[in-house]
Design a protein around this ligand. Structure first.
Ligand code: KE4
Length: 430
């Protein structure tokens, strides 16, 4: 593969944009090398500025579940754009998308649209704090809910001490209200509740984690969180920015059979345009301005182009009754193909899968939380990433990310990817 033009563009971008990127993971820091710059994408394929073609396994980190530049979606966005791109005034379109979501998610009555998953999660914890009158929140080590201050926190020295900022610019006073538990470790949650009891406004969690690689919840873990929150009067927030409308049309709540109090959405719900959302029952959502005292706002919230892209995407997902089985089967085919090669070679490697999310961890230990994910051999991961890139397969450029499959992937694409995994293992184990 030649990356000449991408390299030139990266050098130019670095003079103008911090790190040459508008979101850090794109800079390939975790795997080294020069990020490719994309010229266009169609279906399951990316085309970079050197005209290299790649099978895409990140689907823009989730949104492009139908594949890139789907004709029906593009046509609707173009005709919507011809009516203007932003009004800052209510449109029927916002209610159309709201109605499609609310009518399909039983435990939510109202939804507020924003412009990113970060905004959705930031607003959700403000809503939980305002509704309960409590300050403290619990999040889980390795879960990512966007870059607002309350989430850029790591565990304090002891399991139940105050959180510590994990980014400059986040204040200690902010950090002290974020408490860190361990994913799939109920005792770590119980310890915090034992100490802080009714000071805790909410527990926010990725119901299936996708920011430590893909980590499904342990049996009864979410059910136990549900009951501990109910018993202490804390709200349970499911961050479904990744899982919403990906694991099923009802998201992780339906897929796993556990209901949160507040749910956040993003990615798929915008069909590739900037949309986030948070939703809950009447008594909670009616606390939001302009009816209630909890303030939240946004110039481009409910943007007509983004609403159109989201609405048309969700309509296709809802009406294609075989969609989720089809995309999950493709993911399972990839998983089975990789697993066969891992078992044949005996390389220490774990595969995690949930629906159309998957991750590869070069470690002998089962990966069920951040610490076990961190035990993965990043040198092998880096070599794996670059080998596959050179063979025209674009995988997530970090071991702490998940694959997001899209419906445009063919069985040949999947089998080609498995074959290249086999070649990598052969080369690596020589
Ligand atoms: P955004 O603000 O990036 O739209 O959403 C933040 C967010 C919230 N919740 C979950 C579960 C998320 O995964 C995300 C964002 N996901 C990352 C991928 N790990 C986006 C990629 C990036 O940061 O560039």
């Amino acid at each position: 593969m030649i990356y000449k033009r991408s390299s030139q563009l990266f050098e130019e971008a670095k003079k103008l944009i911090p790190g040459g990127v508008n979101s850090p993971v794109r800079a390939f820091k975790s795997v080294g090398g020069t990020p490719i710059f994309i010229k266009k994408a169609k279906g399951a394929y990316l085309f970079d500025e050197d005209d290299n073609k790649y099978i895409d396994y990140i689907s823009s980190w989730g949104p492009m579940i139908l594949g890139h530049a789907k004709k029906e979606i593009i046509e609707k966005i173009v005709s919507q754009a011809e009516k203007g791109t932003s009004y800052g005034i209510p449109t029927e379109l916002e209610s159309d998308l709201a109605s499609l979501i609310v009518s399909n998610i039983k435990n939510i009555d109202k939804i507020r649209f924003v412009n990113s998953g970060t905004e959705a999660c930031m607003s959700a914890i403000r809503l939980a704090r305002g509704f309960t009158g409590r300050d403290k929140i619990i999040k889980f080590k390795g879960c990512y809910h966007g870059h607002s201050d309350s989430f850029l926190i790591e565990a304090g020295s002891g399991a139940v001490t105050f959180g510590q900022p994990n980014s400059p610019g986040v204040t200690k006073s902010n950090a002290k209200d974020t408490l860190i538990a361990d994913y799939n470790d109920l005792k770590s949650v119980e310890k915090i509740f034992d100490k802080y009891k009714k000071e805790i406004a909410c527990v926010i969690i990725e119901p299936v984690a996708g920011n430590m690689g893909c980590i499904p919840p342990a049996k009864n873990f979410l059910e136990s969180l549900r009951s501990i929150c109910s018993s202490f009067g804390s709200l349970l927030i499911f961050d479904e920015v990744m899982t919403g409308f990906r694991l099923s049309f009802g998201g992780a709540q339906k897929y796993l059979g556990v209901n949160a109090d507040i749910v956040t959405y993003g990615k798929v719900v915008g069909g590739g345009l900037p949309v986030g959302a948070f939703a809950s029952r009447h008594e909670i959502m009616d606390m939001l301005a302009p009816d209630g005292p909890i303030y939240q706002a946004g110039t481009l919230s409910g943007n007509p182009l983004a609403m159109r892209a989201g609405l048309e995407t969700l309509k296709i997902l809802k009406n294609d009754l075989g969609f989720y089985e089809r995309i999950n089967n493709k993911t399972k085919r990839l998983y089975d193909g990789f697993l066969k090669e891992i078992n044949y070679t005996g390389i220490p490697c774990q595969l995690n899968i949930c629906g159309s999310m998957l991750s590869v961890h070069f470690t002998k230990n089962y990966v069920n939380d951040f610490d076990s994910a961190a035990k993965g051999n990043n040198n092998i991961f880096r070599d794996f990433f670059h080998f596959m890139l050179s063979e025209g397969v674009y995988l997530p450029p970090s071991a702490f990310e998940s694959y997001f499959l899209n419906d445009a992937l063919t069985l040949n694409d999947i089998d080609y990817t498995v074959d290249k995994f086999k070649s990598f293992l052969k080369k690596h184990l020589q």
